[in-house]
Design a protein around this ligand. Structure first.
Ligand SMILES: [Zn+2]
Length: 366
């Protein structure tokens, strides 16, 4: 922990995810507020003795608590010593910690909140573990969360809100289009087929824009959404489909203002017009450099160590190399391609080489 983050996070202020604590079966106490008392006791003994505590309760917990415990929660709420939220408990928890400069105590990783919140400080997040000596509270160990997992979680949350319990539902293997006569932004934005998740009502897909039943446009081909990353920043996305290989390079970069800006500054000067050939085989992304002059590496994700291995250079003579879901494809000195965790790709496919985006005609050193 460096000095800046130490100063930014006050361990004397802690927002507690009450439902997460109460439901944690690894804690020795019985279900409910006894577990909260146990964890808060550990906080005061191990982290800070007289901390200000802000317990936030997800309302779904209330139905699981005993009558006596429900009464205790209500009394605490009346005294403004506890907060119950029907929805948005996570947001309240994170807001409190951020605004007061304090900590969050939870075993949740809040993956679906990370991207939305600027200044995510991992030193803010505390968790607990249980060993022979009892409950230990400490900084949550970093699991080096992958972008892939963040976007997968975001999609799962969106799917749940649209009535899709399982993204492997057969209706997700088909393409849908809105054909209603009602004004519909979703239809305007997706005239050929939907690039967004439908709403499932009693097993039938409906339009998320106007609510009308959707028309079936046949089987959805295998597809993968790919992100372009440079210096940790996401610059754009595109979709690759089965039987539709891509000659990826400067000639067909997705249309993105940030890519454009960086391109004009010469950041992708070693990116060839056609740099790497990509194709998709039943969901498996494959890559092969266009020729020996265009350098491409893969960096494999080691799931057991939760870190990337050393990069390996790909060569045209090796043919197409499979790229794992969490692996990085390094293209030249700057650009990386990562898989998105989305199962329904929302990004556009890439245009044919030669379409004249202004900066694609820019001068490069190569
Ligand atoms: Zn519609």
């Amino acid at each position: 922990m460096n000095r800046a983050t130490k100063a930014a996070v006050d361990v004397g202020i802690v927002a507690v995810d009450v439902a997460n604590v109460c439901r944690d079966t690894t804690l020795p106490a019985r279900f409910g507020l006894d577990r909260l008392d146990l964890v808060l006791d550990a906080w005061s003994r191990q982290i800070y003795e007289h901390a200000e505590v802000y317990p936030v309760v997800d309302r779904t917990l209330m139905a699981e608590l005993s009558r006596v415990e429900r009464r205790r929660v209500k009394a605490s709420c009346a005294r403004q010593e506890m907060w119950v939220r029907r929805r948005g408990a996570d947001d309240l928890l994170l807001d409190l910690a951020e605004e007061l400069g304090g900590c969050v105590l939870s075993r949740d990783r809040f993956l679906d909140h990370r991207r939305k919140r600027a200044g995510w400080i991992k030193e803010r997040f505390f968790s607990w573990s249980v060993d022979a000596a009892g409950v230990r509270v400490g900084l949550r160990p970093s699991r080096n969360t992958q972008r892939f997992d963040v976007s997968r979680r975001e999609e799962q949350k969106l799917a749940a809100s649209r009535g899709i319990v399982d993204l492997r539902d057969p209706s997700m293997r088909r393409r849908w289009v809105c054909v209603s006569a009602a004004p519909c932004e979703t239809r305007t934005a997706n005239p050929v087929f939907l690039r967004v998740l439908p709403v499932l009502q009693e097993g039938t897909p409906h339009c998320p824009g106007c609510g009308h039943a959707l028309a079936d446009r046949g089987e959805r081909p295998w597809q993968a959404e790919v992100k372009l990353i440079a210096d940790e920043a996401e610059l754009g996305r595109f979709t690759i489909e089965q039987d539709d290989p891509i000659e990826f390079g400067r000639a067909i970069l997705p249309n993105s203002p940030e890519l454009d800006r960086r391109g004009r500054r010469g950041q992708f000067s070693d990116l060839g017009r056609v740099h790497v050939n990509l194709r998709l085989d039943r969901g498996q992304l494959l890559a092969s450099p266009a020729d020996d002059g265009h350098r491409v590496w893969v960096q494999r994700w080691d799931a057991s160590e939760r870190r990337f291995e050393r990069r390996i250079e790909l060569h045209p003579r090796d043919g197409f190399t499979p790229i794992g879901l969490r692996d990085k494809l390094l293209i030249g000195s700057r650009l990386e391609l990562h898989r998105s965790g989305r199962s329904v790709a929302e990004a556009e496919t890439l245009g044919l080489p030669g379409s004249e985006e202004p900066w694609q005609a820019m001068k490069t050193t190569k």
